[in-house]
Design a protein. Structure first.
Length: 771
């Protein structure tokens, strides 16, 4: 058959499918419901006890024996948090939920999602109804309650305990901020309708969704009567949701269904199924990393205290020394703070504060005491030093947990028979900041197995073919505190085969923070969002790269960097007798522009590091870091986020490495020569090879940089992550020729490889649920 006829038929089928899914009407405001669902799940996630089997079993009794009978008599009343959570999990198995409700209370119990404010208002009515029906049973039970569960035989046909664990994983997949963006959710609703239409066309096929679709699907199911009505209209039955399929191995049901779903989707809609920002993100990282304590930081932070001298005495002054004075000078490093002169003939001086001054242990703190002999006439005589001694109290204050008194007897260096006794105290030391100097150590080559999480930390990695070794460059850099003690280690891993870079921050031997590259599998393109300036997103055409920072609470921040301001110089044209000369245009090496999205605080900081002005300082409170010298200062507050801000400092150095443009033929092992050659052309260059945090970031080794992408034809579309109705023109891709940076954004291999649980690595697979 002629290809033009086939093409015509395909286009006609696509148009018919478009018309059919657009006619699907759903009786729930799903955009609003999705926002309410995410808000509720975030609330649940604040209480880890809600995932514990023992607590869930206690709640199951309250839900099954007490709540369902009450809710069956009063539509749309919200439940206390523990019961609402179990109810939520139960409704996501719509067939089991309907059967269980019918068996227990004789009808389908309805439910609705509310905003947190509306939910709290409606809970008052629920509390009144509960108290009236069950006066001896508390309405609210604290999540940490250890009350025993009454003996009873459950009639539920669904494993709620296992479902709760799966929903914890689901929340992590949809927890990034763009899942609340208006435009992203509108597109997700369209894709959900397409998913329903695809199921209509393929009723016997197990179809798996991406996470944007699954979020909308869940939101629909959490309105059970509407869901039953809508899906019966579409399928003549209730469309079941099965999230128990989690085996992601090759040839598993999930893996094969993922492939079939993708093929059917592109055949039906002429677009790829996977979607930027909607793919599998790996397992939740909460509680996998070490939580640094206040006591940990107290031992390494600079302290502020009041240093007070109350009494000074001197012994064994020679008899011939009749006129003398003692000079007490207080220093902090090389900085002079204050002086106190004590005059003879007294040999003992006492007062509440002979000397009093604030000191900080970010530099060496010490007191010098010099004995001067007065010679000559009173009006024009001289002071001659008889000797000096020093009281070094720096370490005493630095390691003290509370204020304390001191009493020291010191000998003069040039007259050891003369001694000075000094007494006083310092106030309770207050931790103010952590100061570190980075020691860069050389990178080494290793083969790191991807399946061993201890090697990488909580980092989703793609699966490589069996015949491909993931050769990685690993650098372990030391952070020394003001006492020159190694307190933190920053380990950086680069693997071009995996297209992955990882930052690991260790407090001694404990892994506290991880940052790793993420791409369009986890983040959307800016064109997918109504408010791209408010959410972390990618514009690959500008060469952006992104790192996700994780701590013990989970995702902490997303850092996006790009190279901006690069301008090629234009040589001048000399004048002649008949023509006027043309002045040349000075080029610019450009600079690194960075955006940090703090996920818990829901705040954004944007800044540039003005390399053009020879400024290499990163100053974003509470972090002050110098990329050139490698000095890092982090002011302390009640959040204790020192390891996190260490990761930020190294992340900026790493983004410099990944984003900096280079001329064709540039070699990282010959980076110093390349930079100098570039300088001859542009007359300005960034001294990357001399910048400590850039060296630490891997400037001299092979990295999955934009330059690597351009030289190895790694496309920003290569991850296999589709863009639905978006076109490639919406995303762009940097050419990279002439060293302008390669493609931005996508890391090529996706987040997890293989199949995801309710999703899929971008270019790996979708769905750990389906129907």
């Amino acid at each position: 058959m002629r290809s033009d006829v086939i093409g015509f038929r395909d286009a006609r089928c696509h148009r018919m499918s478009q018309e059919k899914f657009e006619k699907i009407h759903l009786s729930v405001v799903l955009e609003e419901a999705a926002n309410h669902q995410i808000s509720f799940l975030n609330n649940v996630n604040q209480y880890p006890e809600l995932y514990e089997p023992a607590f869930l079993k206690r709640t199951l009794y309250r839900y099954e024996i007490l709540w369902l009978p009450l809710a069956s008599k009063h539509d749309f009343i919200p439940a206390p948090l523990d019961i609402e959570w179990v109810w939520h999990c139960h409704m996501l198995a719509p067939l089991a939920y309907a059967e269980d409700c019918d068996r227990i209370v004789g009808k389908l119990v309805n439910h609705a999602l509310y905003s947190e404010q509306v939910r709290q208002n409606k809970l008052q009515k629920s509390r009144e109804l509960w108290t009236k029906a069950y006066p001896n049973e508390p309405f609210d039970i604290p999540p940490n309650s250890d009350d025993p569960c009454p003996e009873y035989k459950s009639q539920l046909s669904y494993d709620i305990v296992a479902a709760a664990a799966r929903q914890r994983v689901f929340l992590y997949q949809v927890s990034l901020p763009h899942y609340t963006d208006y435009r992203f959710l509108k597109q997700a609703i369209i894709r959900y309708k397409k998913y329903l239409h695809l199921k209509q066309k393929n009723p016997a096929t197990f179809l798996v969704p991406c996470y944007d679709i699954d979020l909308i699907w869940h939101s629909h199911q959490l309105h059970p009567i509407s869901y039953q009505k809508d899906t019966k209209k579409l399928f003549n039955r209730v469309f079941n949701h099965d999230d128990t399929v989690n085996d992601r191995s090759p040839n598993s049901k999930l893996s094969l269904s993922d492939i079939e779903t993708r093929n059917l989707w592109i055949k039906t809609y002429n677009e790829t199924f996977s979607m930027y920002g909607a793919m599998y993100r790996g397992e939740p990282p909460e509680r996998k990393l070490y939580k640094i304590t206040k006591e940990n930081l107290s031992r390494i932070s600079a302290k502020h205290a009041m240093f007070v001298v109350e009494k000074v005495s001197i012994q064994n002054i020679p008899e011939e020394v009749r006129k003398f004075n003692l000079a007490l000078k207080l220093f902090q490093g090389s900085d002079y703070l204050c002086t106190k002169h004590l005059n003879g003939p007294n040999i003992e001086w006492e007062g509440k504060a002979l000397m009093k001054h604030d000191v900080s242990t970010h530099k060496n703190c010490y007191l010098t005491i010099t004995l001067y002999k007065k010679v000559g006439l009173t009006c024009c005589g001289n002071n001659v030093s008889l000797g000096t001694t020093m009281f070094d109290f720096w370490k005493t204050i630095h390691f003290a947990s509370e204020g304390q008194s001191f009493s020291e007897t010191l000998l003069l260096d040039e007259a050891p028979q003369i001694s000075v006794q000094i007494k006083g105290y310092f106030t309770n030391p207050v931790s103010t900041a952590c100061n570190f100097t980075v020691e860069v150590r050389p990178y080494k080559k290793f083969t790191l197995p991807t399946q061993i999480e201890q090697m990488w930390g909580p980092v989703p990695l793609p699966h490589l073919p069996n015949d491909v070794q993931n050769v990685s460059f690993v650098g372990e850099h030391l952070l020394h505190d003001t006492m020159k003690i190694n307190q933190f280690t920053c380990r950086i891993i680069h693997c071009t085969q995996l297209l992955m870079s990882v930052i690991q921050v260790y407090y001694h031997e404990k892994l506290a923070v991880v940052a790793h590259l993420i791409d369009l599998d986890q983040l959307p393109a800016s064109t997918q969002l109504a408010y791209p300036e408010s959410y972390p997103c990618f514009t690959p055409s500008s060469g952006e790269r992104a790192l996700l920072v994780k701590n013990h609470t989970g995702d902490w921040a997303i850092i996006i960097g790009k190279w901006a301001g690069l301008k090629k110089g234009v040589p001048g044209i000399p004048g002649t007798r008949t023509t006027k000369g043309v002045k040349g245009v000075k080029g610019s090496p450009g600079h690194l522009a960075v955006s940090i999205f703090y996920l818990h605080k829901k705040s954004i900081k944007k800044f540039s590091i003005p390399y053009e002005r020879k400024n290499y300082e990163l100053n974003i409170y509470p972090l002050l870091a110098n990329l050139f010298s490698g000095h890092i200062n982090i002011k302390l507050d009640d959040k204790l986020e020192v390891a996190e801000h260490i990761a930020v400092a190294f992340a900026v150095g790493l983004l410099h490495v990944l984003c900096q443009p280079h001329p064709k033929g540039w070699n990282p092992q010959l980076a110093a020569v390349s930079s100098q050659n570039s300088a001859k052309i542009s007359q300005e260059f960034v001294p990357s090879e001399n910048m400590v945090l850039v060296q630490a970031g891997g400037y001299h080794v092979d990295t999955p940089s934009n330059y690597y992408y351009s030289q190895n034809n790694v496309s920003c579309m290569s991850a296999g992550c589709g863009c639905g109705d978006l076109g490639i023109s919406d995303l762009g891709c940097i050419d990279g020729s002439g060293g302008c940076g390669g493609c931005g954004g996508c890391g090529g291999c996706g987040g997890c490889g293989g199949c995801g649980g309710c999703g899929g690595g971008c270019g790996g697979g979708c769905g750990g649920c389906g129907g």
